[in-house]
Design a protein around this ligand. Structure first.
Ligand SMILES: Cc1cc2nc3c(=O)[nH]c(=O)nc-3n(C[C@H](O)[C@H](O)[C@H](O)COP(=O)(O)OP(=O)(O)OC[C@H]3O[C@@H](n4cnc5c(N)ncnc54)[C@H](O)[C@@H]3O)c2cc1C
Length: 398
Protein backbone atom coordinates (compact mmCIF):
# COMPACT_ATOMS: atom_id res chain seq x y z
CA UNK A 1 0.00 0.00 0.00
CA UNK A 2 1.60 3.30 -1.01
CA UNK A 3 0.15 6.78 -1.17
CA UNK A 4 -3.36 5.38 -1.69
CA UNK A 5 -3.24 4.07 1.88
CA UNK A 6 -3.12 7.63 3.22
CA UNK A 7 -5.97 8.81 5.43
CA UNK A 8 -6.59 11.92 3.35
CA UNK A 9 -8.76 10.33 0.65
CA UNK A 10 -10.97 8.71 3.30
CA UNK A 11 -11.67 12.10 4.89
CA UNK A 12 -13.06 13.55 1.66
CA UNK A 13 -16.70 13.89 0.69
CA UNK A 14 -17.87 11.96 -2.37
CA UNK A 15 -17.92 15.26 -4.32
CA UNK A 16 -14.34 16.08 -3.37
CA UNK A 17 -13.23 12.56 -4.33
CA UNK A 18 -14.92 12.91 -7.72
CA UNK A 19 -13.06 16.17 -8.40
CA UNK A 20 -9.74 14.32 -8.11
CA UNK A 21 -10.64 12.35 -11.25
CA UNK A 22 -12.18 15.20 -13.25
CA UNK A 23 -12.11 15.16 -17.06
CA UNK A 24 -10.79 11.63 -17.27
CA UNK A 25 -8.96 11.03 -20.57
CA UNK A 26 -10.08 14.12 -22.52
CA UNK A 27 -8.33 17.44 -22.96
CA UNK A 28 -11.17 19.54 -24.43
CA UNK A 29 -9.78 22.70 -26.08
CA UNK A 30 -6.30 21.76 -27.37
CA UNK A 31 -5.25 25.43 -27.66
CA UNK A 32 -5.19 26.78 -24.10
CA UNK A 33 -3.34 29.98 -23.26
CA UNK A 34 -1.61 28.12 -20.43
CA UNK A 35 -0.99 24.38 -20.13
CA UNK A 36 0.02 23.12 -16.68
CA UNK A 37 1.50 19.61 -16.62
CA UNK A 38 1.16 17.79 -13.28
CA UNK A 39 -1.84 17.75 -10.93
CA UNK A 40 -0.09 17.79 -7.56
CA UNK A 41 -0.34 20.73 -5.20
CA UNK A 42 2.09 22.76 -7.35
CA UNK A 43 0.19 22.23 -10.59
CA UNK A 44 -3.20 22.93 -9.05
CA UNK A 45 -2.17 26.10 -7.20
CA UNK A 46 -0.27 27.32 -10.28
CA UNK A 47 -3.33 26.76 -12.49
CA UNK A 48 -5.50 28.75 -10.09
CA UNK A 49 -2.89 31.54 -9.83
CA UNK A 50 -2.66 31.78 -13.65
CA UNK A 51 -6.44 32.03 -13.93
CA UNK A 52 -6.57 34.69 -11.23
CA UNK A 53 -3.75 36.63 -12.95
CA UNK A 54 -5.99 36.90 -16.03
CA UNK A 55 -3.72 34.80 -18.22
CA UNK A 56 -6.66 33.43 -20.23
CA UNK A 57 -7.68 29.80 -20.55
CA UNK A 58 -5.80 27.30 -18.41
CA UNK A 59 -5.69 23.54 -18.99
CA UNK A 60 -4.31 21.26 -16.25
CA UNK A 61 -3.31 17.72 -17.22
CA UNK A 62 -2.37 14.92 -14.82
CA UNK A 63 -1.30 11.41 -15.72
CA UNK A 64 -3.06 9.77 -12.74
CA UNK A 65 -5.64 11.43 -10.50
CA UNK A 66 -5.07 14.83 -8.90
CA UNK A 67 -2.76 14.42 -5.92
CA UNK A 68 -1.52 11.01 -7.07
CA UNK A 69 2.13 11.89 -6.41
CA UNK A 70 3.90 13.16 -3.29
CA UNK A 71 1.00 15.50 -2.59
CA UNK A 72 -1.46 12.74 -1.70
CA UNK A 73 0.96 11.20 0.79
CA UNK A 74 2.25 14.31 2.52
CA UNK A 75 1.78 15.08 6.20
CA UNK A 76 0.07 18.36 5.34
CA UNK A 77 1.94 20.35 7.98
CA UNK A 78 2.42 24.04 7.22
CA UNK A 79 5.13 24.98 9.70
CA UNK A 80 7.55 27.67 8.49
CA UNK A 81 8.84 28.74 11.92
CA UNK A 82 10.45 25.39 12.92
CA UNK A 83 12.15 25.23 9.53
CA UNK A 84 14.44 28.04 10.66
CA UNK A 85 16.51 25.26 12.22
CA UNK A 86 16.77 23.22 9.05
CA UNK A 87 16.20 25.33 5.92
CA UNK A 88 18.21 28.17 4.30
CA UNK A 89 16.87 31.69 4.83
CA UNK A 90 15.37 32.32 1.37
CA UNK A 91 13.43 29.06 1.68
CA UNK A 92 12.12 30.01 5.13
CA UNK A 93 11.06 33.39 3.72
CA UNK A 94 9.18 31.60 0.92
CA UNK A 95 7.57 29.31 3.51
CA UNK A 96 6.42 32.20 5.71
CA UNK A 97 4.99 34.08 2.73
CA UNK A 98 3.29 30.90 1.57
CA UNK A 99 1.56 30.23 4.89
CA UNK A 100 0.13 33.75 4.66
CA UNK A 101 -1.13 32.93 1.18
CA UNK A 102 -2.68 29.67 2.40
CA UNK A 103 -4.57 31.64 5.05
CA UNK A 104 -5.73 34.15 2.47
CA UNK A 105 -6.88 31.40 0.07
CA UNK A 106 -8.66 29.62 2.92
CA UNK A 107 -10.63 32.73 3.82
CA UNK A 108 -11.39 33.75 0.23
CA UNK A 109 -12.37 30.42 -1.35
CA UNK A 110 -16.00 29.41 -0.80
CA UNK A 111 -15.81 26.72 1.90
CA UNK A 112 -12.05 27.30 2.29
CA UNK A 113 -9.39 24.62 1.83
CA UNK A 114 -9.82 23.11 5.28
CA UNK A 115 -6.84 24.86 6.88
CA UNK A 116 -6.53 24.12 10.61
CA UNK A 117 -4.66 26.57 12.86
CA UNK A 118 -2.38 24.56 15.16
CA UNK A 119 0.50 25.11 17.60
CA UNK A 120 3.89 23.40 17.18
CA UNK A 121 5.91 22.15 20.13
CA UNK A 122 9.40 20.80 19.59
CA UNK A 123 10.72 18.55 22.33
CA UNK A 124 14.42 18.75 23.18
CA UNK A 125 16.22 16.41 25.55
CA UNK A 126 18.17 19.28 27.14
CA UNK A 127 17.91 23.07 27.15
CA UNK A 128 19.85 24.71 24.33
CA UNK A 129 18.94 21.98 21.88
CA UNK A 130 17.45 24.55 19.51
CA UNK A 131 19.56 27.50 20.69
CA UNK A 132 21.17 28.42 17.38
CA UNK A 133 18.07 30.40 16.34
CA UNK A 134 16.19 32.62 18.75
CA UNK A 135 13.24 33.73 16.66
CA UNK A 136 10.84 36.00 18.56
CA UNK A 137 8.07 33.65 17.41
CA UNK A 138 9.55 30.87 19.58
CA UNK A 139 8.61 30.57 23.26
CA UNK A 140 10.94 28.41 25.38
CA UNK A 141 9.30 25.90 27.69
CA UNK A 142 10.72 24.40 30.87
CA UNK A 143 10.25 20.67 31.57
CA UNK A 144 7.42 21.59 33.97
CA UNK A 145 5.59 23.61 31.29
CA UNK A 146 6.10 20.80 28.77
CA UNK A 147 4.73 18.23 31.25
CA UNK A 148 1.59 20.33 31.82
CA UNK A 149 0.98 20.54 28.05
CA UNK A 150 1.90 16.91 27.34
CA UNK A 151 1.17 14.72 30.34
CA UNK A 152 2.64 11.23 30.39
CA UNK A 153 6.03 11.81 28.76
CA UNK A 154 8.52 9.11 29.71
CA UNK A 155 11.11 11.67 30.81
CA UNK A 156 11.37 15.42 31.41
CA UNK A 157 11.92 17.44 28.25
CA UNK A 158 12.55 21.06 27.42
CA UNK A 159 10.43 22.49 24.65
CA UNK A 160 10.12 25.17 22.01
CA UNK A 161 6.61 26.46 21.26
CA UNK A 162 5.48 28.39 18.23
CA UNK A 163 1.83 29.24 17.85
CA UNK A 164 -0.38 29.66 14.78
CA UNK A 165 1.22 27.23 12.42
CA UNK A 166 -1.22 25.20 10.32
CA UNK A 167 -2.06 21.90 8.71
CA UNK A 168 -4.31 20.73 5.88
CA UNK A 169 -5.56 17.57 4.31
CA UNK A 170 -3.55 18.00 1.10
CA UNK A 171 -6.09 16.16 -1.04
CA UNK A 172 -8.95 18.30 0.26
CA UNK A 173 -6.95 21.42 -0.61
CA UNK A 174 -6.29 20.00 -4.09
CA UNK A 175 -9.98 19.16 -4.59
CA UNK A 176 -11.26 22.53 -3.34
CA UNK A 177 -8.78 24.42 -5.55
CA UNK A 178 -9.34 22.20 -8.59
CA UNK A 179 -13.09 22.84 -8.31
CA UNK A 180 -12.26 26.43 -9.36
CA UNK A 181 -10.62 25.32 -12.61
CA UNK A 182 -12.65 25.24 -15.84
CA UNK A 183 -10.40 22.68 -17.62
CA UNK A 184 -8.86 19.66 -15.89
CA UNK A 185 -7.87 16.44 -17.66
CA UNK A 186 -6.83 13.53 -15.45
CA UNK A 187 -5.51 10.26 -16.83
CA UNK A 188 -3.64 12.28 -19.46
CA UNK A 189 0.16 12.20 -19.64
CA UNK A 190 2.42 14.66 -21.42
CA UNK A 191 4.83 12.58 -23.51
CA UNK A 192 6.84 15.03 -25.58
CA UNK A 193 7.33 18.58 -26.76
CA UNK A 194 7.99 20.19 -30.12
CA UNK A 195 9.97 23.41 -30.10
CA UNK A 196 10.24 26.03 -32.85
CA UNK A 197 12.81 28.72 -32.24
CA UNK A 198 12.64 29.42 -28.52
CA UNK A 199 8.99 28.39 -28.10
CA UNK A 200 7.21 25.18 -27.21
CA UNK A 201 4.58 24.94 -29.94
CA UNK A 202 3.18 21.49 -29.18
CA UNK A 203 2.95 19.26 -26.15
CA UNK A 204 2.18 15.69 -27.16
CA UNK A 205 -0.12 13.95 -24.69
CA UNK A 206 -1.71 10.54 -24.38
CA UNK A 207 -4.98 12.23 -25.42
CA UNK A 208 -3.61 14.08 -28.46
CA UNK A 209 -1.52 17.16 -29.20
CA UNK A 210 -1.96 20.38 -27.24
CA UNK A 211 -0.78 23.74 -28.62
CA UNK A 212 -0.42 26.05 -25.62
CA UNK A 213 0.53 29.72 -25.46
CA UNK A 214 2.78 28.86 -22.51
CA UNK A 215 3.45 25.74 -20.48
CA UNK A 216 4.35 25.12 -16.83
CA UNK A 217 5.87 21.77 -15.85
CA UNK A 218 4.92 20.93 -12.26
CA UNK A 219 5.77 17.25 -12.38
CA UNK A 220 7.39 16.79 -8.95
CA UNK A 221 10.79 15.93 -10.36
CA UNK A 222 11.84 17.62 -13.63
CA UNK A 223 9.77 16.17 -16.49
CA UNK A 224 11.08 13.38 -18.70
CA UNK A 225 9.70 14.20 -22.15
CA UNK A 226 10.66 13.51 -25.73
CA UNK A 227 12.18 16.65 -27.25
CA UNK A 228 13.09 18.25 -23.92
CA UNK A 229 16.32 17.20 -22.33
CA UNK A 230 16.52 18.57 -18.80
CA UNK A 231 19.45 17.05 -17.01
CA UNK A 232 18.83 18.69 -13.67
CA UNK A 233 20.15 16.48 -10.88
CA UNK A 234 17.26 15.18 -8.86
CA UNK A 235 16.36 12.24 -6.66
CA UNK A 236 13.48 10.94 -4.55
CA UNK A 237 13.52 10.46 -0.79
CA UNK A 238 10.96 8.01 0.50
CA UNK A 239 9.01 8.65 3.68
CA UNK A 240 6.53 6.64 5.78
CA UNK A 241 3.59 8.00 7.76
CA UNK A 242 0.87 6.41 9.86
CA UNK A 243 -2.33 7.38 11.61
CA UNK A 244 -3.28 5.59 14.80
CA UNK A 245 -6.69 4.32 15.70
CA UNK A 246 -8.72 6.52 18.04
CA UNK A 247 -6.85 7.01 21.29
CA UNK A 248 -7.54 8.86 24.55
CA UNK A 249 -4.09 10.47 24.22
CA UNK A 250 -4.61 14.12 23.40
CA UNK A 251 -1.73 16.22 22.10
CA UNK A 252 -1.82 20.04 22.13
CA UNK A 253 -1.03 20.27 18.40
CA UNK A 254 2.05 19.17 16.49
CA UNK A 255 4.50 17.63 18.96
CA UNK A 256 7.80 17.13 17.16
CA UNK A 257 9.21 14.62 16.65
CA UNK A 258 6.41 12.50 18.12
CA UNK A 259 3.02 13.03 16.50
CA UNK A 260 0.30 15.47 15.49
CA UNK A 261 -3.21 15.53 16.85
CA UNK A 262 -5.68 15.18 13.98
CA UNK A 263 -9.43 14.66 13.61
CA UNK A 264 -11.43 11.97 15.43
CA UNK A 265 -8.95 11.51 18.32
CA UNK A 266 -6.29 10.07 16.00
CA UNK A 267 -2.56 10.79 15.87
CA UNK A 268 -0.46 11.30 12.74
CA UNK A 269 3.13 10.09 13.18
CA UNK A 270 6.22 9.46 11.05
CA UNK A 271 7.64 11.41 8.16
CA UNK A 272 10.76 9.26 8.00
CA UNK A 273 13.62 10.02 5.60
CA UNK A 274 14.27 6.57 4.10
CA UNK A 275 17.24 7.54 1.95
CA UNK A 276 18.09 4.85 -0.58
CA UNK A 277 14.83 2.88 -0.20
CA UNK A 278 13.44 2.71 -3.72
CA UNK A 279 10.85 0.01 -2.95
CA UNK A 280 7.42 1.38 -3.80
CA UNK A 281 5.63 -0.29 -0.90
CA UNK A 282 5.30 0.27 2.85
CA UNK A 283 8.08 -1.40 4.87
CA UNK A 284 6.45 -2.89 8.00
CA UNK A 285 9.65 -2.49 10.03
CA UNK A 286 9.65 1.27 9.41
CA UNK A 287 6.04 1.51 10.59
CA UNK A 288 6.96 -0.56 13.66
CA UNK A 289 9.89 1.73 14.42
CA UNK A 290 7.66 4.82 14.25
CA UNK A 291 5.26 3.24 16.77
CA UNK A 292 8.15 2.04 18.95
CA UNK A 293 9.62 5.55 19.16
CA UNK A 294 6.21 7.05 19.91
CA UNK A 295 5.61 4.57 22.74
CA UNK A 296 9.14 5.08 24.12
CA UNK A 297 8.46 8.80 24.53
CA UNK A 298 4.79 8.47 25.43
CA UNK A 299 4.22 5.11 27.13
CA UNK A 300 0.41 5.43 26.89
CA UNK A 301 0.79 4.93 23.13
CA UNK A 302 2.05 1.37 23.61
CA UNK A 303 -0.53 -1.00 22.14
CA UNK A 304 -2.45 1.69 20.25
CA UNK A 305 -3.52 0.28 16.90
CA UNK A 306 -2.68 1.63 13.45
CA UNK A 307 -5.60 2.72 11.24
CA UNK A 308 -3.69 3.96 8.17
CA UNK A 309 -0.12 3.49 6.98
CA UNK A 310 1.49 4.68 3.79
CA UNK A 311 4.65 5.89 2.10
CA UNK A 312 5.54 8.28 -0.69
CA UNK A 313 8.54 9.87 -2.37
CA UNK A 314 9.69 13.45 -1.91
CA UNK A 315 11.20 15.04 -5.04
CA UNK A 316 14.57 16.59 -4.18
CA UNK A 317 17.46 18.45 -5.80
CA UNK A 318 20.95 18.00 -4.31
CA UNK A 319 20.86 21.25 -2.29
CA UNK A 320 17.34 20.59 -0.97
CA UNK A 321 15.97 23.76 -2.59
CA UNK A 322 13.30 23.71 -5.30
CA UNK A 323 13.71 24.86 -8.87
CA UNK A 324 11.36 27.72 -9.81
CA UNK A 325 12.55 28.91 -13.19
CA UNK A 326 11.87 29.47 -16.83
CA UNK A 327 13.15 26.52 -18.84
CA UNK A 328 16.55 27.72 -20.07
CA UNK A 329 16.54 28.40 -23.80
CA UNK A 330 12.74 28.65 -23.99
CA UNK A 331 10.65 31.81 -23.77
CA UNK A 332 7.25 30.25 -23.04
CA UNK A 333 8.00 27.30 -20.71
CA UNK A 334 8.46 27.27 -16.94
CA UNK A 335 9.39 24.60 -14.46
CA UNK A 336 8.97 24.01 -10.76
CA UNK A 337 10.36 20.86 -9.15
CA UNK A 338 12.15 19.36 -6.16
CA UNK A 339 10.00 20.81 -3.38
CA UNK A 340 11.22 18.04 -1.06
CA UNK A 341 9.76 18.37 2.48
CA UNK A 342 7.82 21.63 2.09
CA UNK A 343 5.96 21.48 -1.20
CA UNK A 344 2.50 21.62 0.34
CA UNK A 345 3.51 24.63 2.39
CA UNK A 346 5.29 26.37 -0.49
CA UNK A 347 2.72 25.83 -3.22
CA UNK A 348 0.76 29.12 -3.11
CA UNK A 349 3.87 31.32 -2.96
CA UNK A 350 5.54 29.34 -5.76
CA UNK A 351 2.38 29.57 -7.85
CA UNK A 352 2.27 33.35 -7.33
CA UNK A 353 5.90 33.68 -8.44
CA UNK A 354 5.20 31.70 -11.62
CA UNK A 355 1.97 33.56 -12.45
CA UNK A 356 3.69 36.93 -11.97
CA UNK A 357 6.62 35.84 -14.14
CA UNK A 358 4.34 34.65 -16.95
CA UNK A 359 1.97 37.63 -16.80
CA UNK A 360 4.35 40.51 -16.07
CA UNK A 361 7.72 39.09 -17.10
CA UNK A 362 8.86 39.56 -13.51
CA UNK A 363 11.21 36.81 -12.23
CA UNK A 364 11.40 35.99 -8.51
CA UNK A 365 13.56 37.87 -6.08
CA UNK A 366 16.87 36.04 -5.72
CA UNK A 367 16.41 34.12 -9.00
CA UNK A 368 19.76 32.32 -8.58
CA UNK A 369 18.41 30.60 -5.43
CA UNK A 370 15.73 28.79 -7.46
CA UNK A 371 17.51 28.56 -10.79
CA UNK A 372 17.51 25.39 -12.92
CA UNK A 373 21.15 25.98 -13.88
CA UNK A 374 22.62 26.36 -10.39
CA UNK A 375 23.94 22.79 -10.38
CA UNK A 376 26.44 24.04 -12.94
CA UNK A 377 28.91 21.17 -13.09
CA UNK A 378 26.16 18.56 -13.33
CA UNK A 379 23.56 20.38 -15.37
CA UNK A 380 23.24 20.29 -19.10
CA UNK A 381 20.14 21.68 -20.68
CA UNK A 382 19.31 21.21 -24.26
CA UNK A 383 16.22 21.26 -26.37
CA UNK A 384 15.83 19.27 -29.55
CA UNK A 385 14.43 21.89 -31.91
CA UNK A 386 11.43 20.99 -33.99
CA UNK A 387 11.53 17.23 -33.55
CA UNK A 388 10.68 14.53 -31.09
CA UNK A 389 13.47 12.39 -29.79
CA UNK A 390 14.05 10.25 -26.73
CA UNK A 391 15.72 12.18 -23.91
CA UNK A 392 18.20 10.18 -21.84
CA UNK A 393 17.45 9.89 -18.14
CA UNK A 394 20.58 11.91 -17.31
CA UNK A 395 21.27 12.36 -13.62
CA UNK A 396 17.90 11.14 -12.43
CA UNK A 397 18.45 8.52 -9.75
CA UNK A 398 14.95 7.15 -9.47
C1 LIG B 1 6.21 11.34 3.89
C2 LIG B 1 6.11 12.75 3.37
C3 LIG B 1 5.64 13.75 4.21
C4 LIG B 1 5.54 15.06 3.74
N1 LIG B 1 5.03 16.01 4.58
C5 LIG B 1 4.93 17.30 4.16
C6 LIG B 1 4.38 18.28 5.01
O1 LIG B 1 3.96 17.99 6.14
N2 LIG B 1 4.33 19.57 4.56
C7 LIG B 1 4.77 19.93 3.32
O2 LIG B 1 4.72 21.10 2.96
N3 LIG B 1 5.27 18.99 2.47
C8 LIG B 1 5.37 17.70 2.86
N4 LIG B 1 5.89 16.74 2.03
C9 LIG B 1 6.42 17.16 0.72
C10 LIG B 1 5.33 17.31 -0.33
O3 LIG B 1 4.57 16.13 -0.38
C11 LIG B 1 5.94 17.59 -1.71
O4 LIG B 1 6.96 18.55 -1.65
C12 LIG B 1 4.85 18.11 -2.66
O5 LIG B 1 3.74 17.25 -2.64
C13 LIG B 1 5.36 18.23 -4.07
O6 LIG B 1 4.27 18.62 -4.86
P1 LIG B 1 4.38 18.63 -6.45
O7 LIG B 1 3.05 19.08 -6.97
O8 LIG B 1 5.60 19.36 -6.85
O9 LIG B 1 4.67 17.10 -6.83
P2 LIG B 1 3.65 15.86 -6.90
O10 LIG B 1 2.66 15.87 -5.81
O11 LIG B 1 4.49 14.65 -7.03
O12 LIG B 1 2.85 16.14 -8.23
C14 LIG B 1 3.42 15.97 -9.51
C15 LIG B 1 2.33 15.37 -10.37
O13 LIG B 1 2.75 15.39 -11.73
C16 LIG B 1 2.24 14.24 -12.35
N5 LIG B 1 3.05 14.01 -13.56
C17 LIG B 1 4.36 13.68 -13.61
N6 LIG B 1 4.75 13.55 -14.89
C18 LIG B 1 3.66 13.84 -15.66
C19 LIG B 1 3.44 13.89 -17.07
N7 LIG B 1 4.43 13.62 -17.95
N8 LIG B 1 2.21 14.20 -17.53
C20 LIG B 1 1.19 14.47 -16.63
N9 LIG B 1 1.35 14.44 -15.29
C21 LIG B 1 2.57 14.13 -14.82
C22 LIG B 1 2.38 13.15 -11.29
O14 LIG B 1 1.51 12.08 -11.53
C23 LIG B 1 2.05 13.91 -10.02
O15 LIG B 1 0.68 13.79 -9.63
C24 LIG B 1 5.95 15.41 2.43
C25 LIG B 1 6.38 14.39 1.58
C26 LIG B 1 6.46 13.07 2.04
C27 LIG B 1 6.91 12.00 1.09
Amino acid sequence: MTVDGAIWRYQLTATERAILSRGRGTVGDPRPDILVVGGGIMGVTTSVACLEAGLGSVLLIETGHLGAGATGGAGGLLIPEPHQWSDPEPLVDLEKASLERWREIDSRLPGGVGLVDIDWIGLVPHSGGYAAHQSPAIEWLSPGQVARLIPGLARPMDGALTRHQARINPLRAVARLAAQLPAVATGVAATGVTVHGDRVVTVATSAGDVHPGAVVFATGQPPVLDGLQLEIPSERVKGHLLVTERTPIELPGIVAPLATQIEDSMLLAGGTLDVGDEEPGVQPEVIESIMRELAAALPAAAGVGIAYQWCCFRPRHPDGRPVIDRVPGLSNAWLTSGHFRTGILNAPATAAVLARWISAGQPPQEPATWSATRFAAHTHLCVYHGLHSRAPLGYRSR
